[in-house]
Design a protein around this ligand. Structure first.
Ligand code: TRP
Length: 350
């Protein structure tokens, strides 16, 4: 079957994945593998833009994240796993594209502004250039489709601008990557804030059924409801957001909602049902995860093999980009290396 296009998407390896990642991204990615050629990127260089003082954690977090990806159905045979730091062409293209965007354009990026405020530190060049590297991640494989969360849209917009600008200046080279927004609403954390590792409100794919039960039983519900006989609110109540996501029995969910609104069912009963439903839904994924987690060296090998497969594609793009930008001598070097027989560039001079 011919594919609809080429996807590049990814995450920063910030640690194990939670059910928010699963519902918001990984399930979609797994499905897209049927109809798109997919590159899944471990954006480890991007981690350094905000968190460069914990060098001991990146490798461990990478293995944990990719283990969860595979457990969630990312298929390293059909798709390509890419380790960003293992493919220098990402940085090379980011550098080339860097001249095509102004500093003030990057300073206007809402994600950047927010992070500068939140982190309360002097922004680094790396943080400012974050979306340029992200654009390079996509364009170096000529990705034409980007399934991203809403908060990533400004980054994708910059990738589109850079592709357009490059094409205008040097001729048609890059597709303008189209956003593919997730149809599923974002899953709240157990305290009803955004689910986030640093908030302590996440349920992880690696959590045991018991840990899941404990987290669900302690979940935020309707704060206005003091007794099970009080009428309750379903909207804005994470217990029901989770039921909507994980319970395949729509009629039963409707029934629970009606009884909750009418004050005819208690929080504990609904939560017990949710625990059962979630543990059943997550069981196959957890089984795969346990098997994968026992062989971390296999994960590293898959990343190595995927990056090996991706590198020549990236190198071809660099050759073409350099050629078009006038760096013709090095462009030749990049082009011939992909062909298999490396021709030493400076051989002709000495
Ligand atoms: N910015 C993304 C995140 O925070 C990670 C990322 C890096 C990415 N490069 C990308 C996502 C390219 C999509 C496409 O998780």
């Amino acid at each position: 079957m011919s594919k609809k296009g080429r996807i590049l998407t990814g995450h920063r390896p910030t640690g194990p994945r939670h059910i928010g990642h699963l519902v918001g991204a990984l399930q979609t990615w797994a499905q897209l593998q049927d109809s798109y050629e997919c590159y899944f990127l471990v954006a480890d260089l991007h981690v350094l833009t905000t968190d460069y003082s914990h060098p001991g954690q990146i490798q461990e977090n990478t293995v944990a994240m990719v283990t969860d990806w595979l457990a969630a159905g990312i298929d390293p045979v059909r798709s390509t796993l890419v380790l960003q730091s293992a493919i220098p062409q990402h940085v090379q293209l980011a550098n080339l594209l860097g001249s095509l965007v102004t500093v003030s354009r990057l300073e206007r990026n809402p994600t950047y502004k927010e992070q500068v405020q939140q982190l309360n530190l002097q922004p680094s060049l790396g943080l400012l250039a974050y979306p340029v590297l992200q654009a390079a991640d996509i364009l170096v494989y000529k990705g034409d489709t980007g399934p991203v969360g809403e908060y990533q849209l400004p980054h994708l917009e910059l990738a589109r601008e850079l592709a357009r600008r490059f094409n205008q200046l040097y001729g048609e080279t890059f597709p303008e990557p189209q956003p593919l927004l997730s149809a599923t609403p974002r899953l709240p954390g157990t305290d009803n804030r955004t689910m986030h590792t640093s908030y302590g409100n996440a349920i992880y794919l690696r959590d045991t059924p018991e840990e899941t039960a404990q987290k669900v039983m302690g979940m935020y519900t309707d704060p206005t409801r003091l007794h099970a006989t009080d009428p309750g609110h379903v909207e804005g109540n994470p217990v029901f957001a989770y039921l909507d996501t994980f319970d395949p029995d729509r009629d039963l969910v409707e029934d629970y909602k009606q009884r909750y609104r009418a004050g005819r069912v208690g929080d504990v009963e609904v939560k017990r049902h949710l625990v059962e439903v979630m543990n059943a839904a997550l069981a196959p994924l957890r089984e795969r995860r346990t098997r994968l987690a026992s062989r971390p060296e296999q994960i590293v090998e898959l990343l190595r093999a995927g990056s090996e497969k991706a590198r020549p594609v990236a190198q071809t793009t660099i050759g073409e980009s350099m050629q078009r930008m006038g760096l013709t001598l090095a462009a030749e070097e990049n082009r011939t290396q992909t062909g298999g027989s490396p021709a030493p560039l400076f051989g002709i001079f000495c």
